[in-house]
Design a binder for this molecule. Structure first.
Ligand SMILES: [Zn+2]
Length: 284
């Protein structure tokens, strides 16, 4: 299994690259197919979705799917029927409330037996992470229309091609997985960043990481007017910056917080104690 600190990959050929990509993304494609067949609207989320946005990593991230809130159990049942066993260990690390960068998923599966190179599959309800999109936005049960403002498929030829140290390029040989397009992915992650940045819940680690996937390759990412000027400044080449890179982000975040545009952050304490969180500058 490859790890975070491994050297970047060099592929001997395009065929070798596609084989690595297929092996890495196949579990997500299998899950999407199972959920689609069970009529459970779903999208791939988290760092693996970020592979298509701008940061294909050489190590395997947890597989995260968002499904409609009321269909979490249906999704779990469909996966169980297909050979995935939900974890019922009350002492499992995934359920830790302290020093856990992820929200605790209502359902998760340890998938090493099926995919030796992969670890955990997490299912999350849509509402906890994509509240910024309209309620009517429900992923749907059929492929997204060509002009869908938010959704596309992982094999879509409009996705930017593979770049070494950048995006993976479309997953053309695998079952197509529903994803947010690169702009909607970025905007959804910004909302989450703005909600959780520097909060004691520690969830910002994941959002900043996902935002990094988009920031590395901002070409083709266009956000709504509220975010666009900030985004353009945030993604300027180093030489063109006139202030610290994160300043425009923090400025807009503060404005939106003071206008009560953000929901309250999940009340988890990553640090375990109030004193620990306060020492680290986390707010509640
Ligand atoms: Zn577990």
């Amino acid at each position: 299994m490859r790890h975070r600190n491994d050297l970047p990959r060099n592929f001997a050929s395009e065929e070798a690259r596609i084989k690595v990509l297929n092996d890495q993304a196949r579990p997500a494609a299998d899950v999407a197919k199972i959920l689609d067949e069970a009529q459970v609207p779903n999208i791939l989320w988290g760092a693996m979705a970020g592979f298509l946005v701008g940061d294909w990593r050489c190590y395997n991230e947890d597989i995260q799917f968002l499904v409609l809130d009321h269909l979490i159990q249906t999704a779990s049942n469909a996966l169980f029927a297909a050979g995935f066993t939900p974890c019922t260990d009350p002492g499992c690390d995934v359920l830790k409330t302290v020093r856990n960068d992820y929200l605790i998923p209502p359902v998760h599966f340890h998938v090493q037996a099926l995919y030796p190179e992969h670890d955990v599959l997490r299912l999350y309800p849509k509402s906890g992470q994509l509240w910024s999109l309209p309620d009517s936005f429900d992923f749907g049960t059929s492929p997204p229309a060509a002009d869908d403002p938010h959704l596309m498929l992982s094999n879509d030829s409009r996705l930017p091609p593979y770049i070494p140290e950048g995006m993976s390029g479309p997953w053309t040989e695998l079952y197509p997985i529903k994803i947010l397009n690169r702009s909607s992915f970025t905007e959804a992650v910004l909302w989450l960043c703005f909600r959780d940045l520097d909060h004691a819940n520690g969830l910002d680690t994941q959002w900043v990481d996902m935002l990094g996937s988009a920031r590395k390759h901002p070409e083709g990412i266009t956000l709504s007017p509220k975010f666009q000027a900030m985004w353009e400044e945030f993604t300027l080449p180093e030489a063109q910056l006139t202030r610290r890179r994160w300043e425009p982000v923090l400025e807009l975040m503060k404005e939106m917080r003071s206008n009560n545009e953000l929901p309250p952050p999940p009340r988890i304490n990553w640090f375990g104690t109030v004193e620990g969180a306060e020492r680290a500058g986390g707010w509640f």
